[in-house]
Write a protein that binds this ligand. Sequence first.
Ligand SMILES: Cc1cc2nc3c(=O)[nH]c(=O)nc-3n(C[C@H](O)[C@H](O)[C@H](O)COP(=O)(O)OP(=O)(O)OC[C@H]3O[C@@H](n4cnc5c(N)ncnc54)[C@H](O)[C@@H]3O)c2cc1C
Ligand code: SF4
Length: 481
Amino acid sequence: MGEERGFLKLARQSSPYREVCERLSDYKEVYKMRPVDQSLEQASRCMDCSTPFCHWGCPLGNYIPEWNDYVFKGNWKQAFKLLEATNNLSEITGRVCPGLCEYSCVLGLNDDPVTIRENELAIAEAGFKNGLIRPSRIEKKTGKKIAVVGSGPAGLSCAAGLNRAGHSVIVFERNNKPGGILRYGIPDFKLEKHILDRRIDIWKEEGVVFKTGVNVGSDYSSKKLLEDFDAVCLAGGSGVPRDLLIEGRDLKGIYFAMDYLSQSNRRVSKESIGQTDLIDAQGKQVVVIGGGDSGADCVGTAHRQGATCVVQIEVLPQPAECRTPAQPWPKYPLLLKVSSSHEEGGQRHWAVLTKRFIGEKGWVKKLSCVKAEFSQASQKTCSLMQEIAGSEFEISADLVILAVGFLHPEHSGLLNDLNIKFDQRGNIFTQENHMTSVEKIFSAGDMRRGQSLVVWAISEGRRCAYFMDKYLMQESNLPII
Ligand SMILES: Cc1cc2nc3c(=O)[nH]c(=O)nc-3n(C[C@H](O)[C@H](O)[C@H](O)COP(=O)(O)OP(=O)(O)OC[C@H]3O[C@@H](n4cnc5c(N)ncnc54)[C@H](O)[C@@H]3O)c2cc1C
Ligand code: SF4
């Protein structure tokens, strides 16, 4: 049992990762699950604030103080019931969410915040362990047919909700297996894929139909999609990667992060990689361009593949280590993150601009770079960046990974065929009820919102399910945040 008013007596304690040399020899998750006693203790640090800012910070509106209290009392059943009420994939967010809620936790004002994400994971895993997660019986079918295009967290959450509302739901996915970036982007050392399969199997038992290996727009025409279904949710993600169109970009050995990570994930799960180049860091000097989370995933993957050295460069300056007056509580701050992959080795350089790639016999060999400086007003963008004269330097590389984000969803094919309208950033434009410019077609997740986070994709999928249900039935009992 934890302590009453634990925040006065107990320090925040996060679960340790496995030892670096042990975890580098496999692709298993880096975390060690926390013992139950420690979960009760850590949950007791929650102050049960009358204005819980954690709740405000979470895009899902998770009932955080309430489930913290149940964990503190060892009542996993009630904790789990509350967690499932707002989150379809808590075992996933419990592993990969950056924890927006923790940055807005009131305890974080003058102490370390509550370990909310880890508490969530403990509840989710207790739910599975104790058989609390079971396929629901769908009592009444509505006779309505719904297609969900894309099986990432947005599509999955939307499909799960609509299925429970009694509609017949088919999820189309062009990859061989469902999951989107959860399966083909996030490496196994952050999220082992049997965790995803465990949840998807429950939804299959509930009646959601998954049609994988189907690229909607070519294998299944947009005309047929409109004819066959009463409503459609487009949840295809933000698939067009940002490129670095500089001299030497056409050299061999330069790849996008998603091509690298999806191939690595396929190899880990012994799935065929098809007729593409093998991208492997074994014995190579690897440079990852892009200092964000996807870049960190590439760093961890390259180390596991046996890279001789890994350098990660970022054009923006190094973020602050703690909050600055410009990033006050309870806002989500842009701070320096040291991920498990960074602990495993490699070098990180900030404010580095890549000017050109230099090759030999058609293969990349070096990057020609220059140091950059920024005016105070432009710390978050490149708009007022200046190159520092005389700071030019080179980095050796025989594998370069571009992890510089995504632009927007693919317009050609399905979206253009459907005559979908886009917003200024090239994402799908929708009304507040998630309906696109085309009647009966809705959208959710990165495809609508732009590149974001798993927790936002789940939130979007849930909201979209509510509005689609309301569109079809005039009212909806599905939860809405
Ligand atoms: C490498 C990487 C690591 C990340 N790590 C994290 C993390 O640790 N934590 C976090 O919170 N967020 C992370 N993110 C962001 C997060 O994964 C995304 O915001 C989230 O997955 C978006 O969900 P989605 O359902 O909108 O789209 P996606 O997950 O992109 O899924 C879209 C799916 O639609 C399919 N599809 C597209 N078009 C069609 C079509 N025409 N027919 C059939 N299928 C189609 C695609 O194949 C894909 O499977 C990461 C992103 C990347 C790239
Ligand atoms: S803000 Fe922090 S301390 Fe307050 S209720 Fe939420 S988790 Fe508990």
